[in-house]
Design a protein around this ligand. Structure first.
Ligand code: TXA
Ligand code: MG
Length: 324
């Protein structure tokens, strides 16, 4: 099992010697390696069983620190950085030669993010390289939002987990690229479309988050972010419980429990219907029900389709998508 520590010096030693460390961020836990060491980065793909065609996000301590690794930063990116750095916004930018090809899967753009977590900020300042880090889960599975999630999923494959408590946001970062003055949204995330619009206006954001033949990001892969048990989404108006075995069905609801299913099989995301609180709790609820041996189906209520509800619905659609 991995060593769990709150000592960022210890974590930095593992990273400096080319090993992996799971790190806390405000979105989800990441699985970090020295981004400038291809051998260390390769360990990430191996531990996660992730295809090497799927590029990684580079994490930095501040916006200025990205400069040696990217070029031609558009003005609108600086504008967004003023509001969302540090934070849950990932920028796709043209890379310089300093970024190893393994990080970007050969693409000429690199994803960069400045995470807003005090312990990981200390860690990033203690090392002299950026950290390549995907979410710290086996490929395709739900992202981890607690140390326990990381330990149970990857604990036998990594030496160290930096314990920064439960992730505040609970959903991954939002990923954007740039085409001229247009912002291209590649993955919905903890920064909402409305948040972006509040800085740049609605005219200049284009969505590109649907699955394609050759997905650019795993946020575009249809079956992803998935528990091992089958997931079915529902809306209250057209839910027919007679079609399922209520004794073996786990349920995730936004605000109020369903009649006809035992309360101890149900998880409420927010007693007040607050979407930030729901986002914080969603993956934890999915992990919890996936681990229970007495249920064989997970029913999840669709959320209102705005703000963080849009991000959660996006993840839920992918979790419920057929595996083929
Ligand atoms: O909140 C987050 O973003 C977390 C924390 C740890 O920072 N990280 C995360 O990484 O969710 P990951 O690898 O699980 O998802 C990042 C997505 C992947 O779908 C990857 O394909 C995409 O970002 N991505 C990374 N670099 C890219 C690039 N150069 N071009 C296009 N997509 C890229
Ligand atoms: Mg991931």
């Amino acid at each position: 099992m991995a060593q769990i520590t709150t000592d960022f010096h210890l974590a930095s030693q593992w990273l400096q010697s080319g090993d992996l460390v799971a790190i806390p961020t405000e979105t989800v836990y990441g699985l970090a390696a020295n981004a400038l060491d291809p051998t260390a980065v390769q360990k990430i793909f191996t531990a996660k069983n992730r295809p090497v065609t799927n590029p990684l996000i580079l994490h930095f301590s501040g916006w200025e620190a990205v400069n040696p690794y990217v070029k031609n930063i558009p003005e609108v990116a600086h504008q967004l950085a003023k509001k969302f750095v540090p934070g849950a916004l990932t920028f796709l930018l043209p890379k310089t030669d300093r970024v190893p090809d393994i990080v970007t899967a050969g693409s000429d753009r690199v994803a960069v993010r400045i995470p807003d977590h005090p312990l990981t900020q200390e860690l990033l300042r203690a090392v002299d390289f950026p950290l390549a880090a995907p979410s710290a889960n086996p490929y395709g599975y739900i992202s981890p939002t607690t140390v326990d999630h990381v330990q149970s999923q990857l604990g036998d494959k990594i030496p160290c987990i930096l314990d920064g408590g439960d992730c505040v946001c609970g959903l991954e970062s939002t990923i954007i690229g740039f085409e001229g003055d247009t912002i291209v949204l590649h993955r919905h995330g903890s920064v909402t479309v409305e948040d972006l619009q509040s800085v740049v206006g609605s005219a200049s954001i284009r969505m590109q988050t649907q699955a394609t033949d050759k997905p650019l990001t795993s946020g575009m892969v249809l079956h992803h972010y998935s528990p091992r048990k089958p997931v079915v989404l529902f809306q209250r108006d057209d839910l027919d419980l007679t079609k399922m075995n209520a004794k073996k069905t786990g349920v995730v609801v936004l605000q109020s429990c369903l009649d006809g299913i035992d309360f101890d099989l149900q998880i409420r995301l927010s007693s007040t219907g607050n979407l930030s609180e729901a986002a914080h709790n969603l993956y934890q609820a999915m992990h919890q029900l996936d681990q229970r041996t007495d249920i064989d189906l997970i029913l999840i209520e669709q959320l209102p389709d705005s703000g963080l509800g849009k991000t959660m619905n996006d993840r839920l659609r992918r979790a419920a998508a057929p595996k083929a």
